[in-house]
Design a binder for this molecule. Structure first.
Ligand code: TYD
Length: 142
């Protein structure tokens, strides 16, 4: 099963341009209650970000301007995808390692998150992530 899961947003467009609205508590496309929104922008040329997974946090990443390349890894498979569409978000589940590369100069990456910021939810070491994801897999099949 692919790690790439898209969330499509309704566009309210007219001759002036496009608009996407996300209503807290009423947003049907996002499969969690949105507790936090943050955005990454003006990423310096050649910089990659991420390099972590979350124990519980789920996120939806929307490239509202420009483009970037996202790598997702669940400990068994690794997939990569370009984000470049403001009406389409990438669902990033818990226990998925993510890396973001090749940010365009104009990239604005908006992220919807299921929880408030909590550093203790991060797994920032790839070997720890592999071990924890293997343990989780074994406990779910035994
Ligand atoms: P981090 O999640 O490591 O960024 P990225 O995955 O994009 O490389 O966050 C960078 C710093 O910002 C880190 O010190 C934690 C802080 N931070 C917050 O305080 N609140 C937040 O909501 C986020 C996402 C990060």
């Amino acid at each position: 099963m692919s790690l790439v899961k898209w969330v499509d947003f309704q566009t309210l467009g007219d001759e002036r341009g496009s608009l996407v609205a996300l209503e807290i508590g009423q947003e049907k496309a996002v499969p969690f209650d949105i507790q936090r929104v943050y955005y990454i922008y003006r990423t310096a040329s050649g910089v990659s970000r991420g390099y972590h997974a979350h124990k519980a946090l789920k996120q939806v990443a929307i490239c509202v301007a420009g483009s970037c390349r996202m790598v997702l890894d669940d400990g068994r498979t690794r997939e990569e995808i370009w984000l470049d569409c403001p009406t389409r978000g990438l669902l990033i589940d818990s226990m998925v390692w993510r890396e973001m590369h090749d940010f365009s100069n104009d990239c604005v990456l908006l992220v919807l998150a299921s929880e408030h910021y909590d550093e203790s939810d991060y797994i920032r070491d790839y070997d720890d992530f592999k071990r924890l994801s293997r343990d989780a897999l074994h406990s779910s099949v035994s």
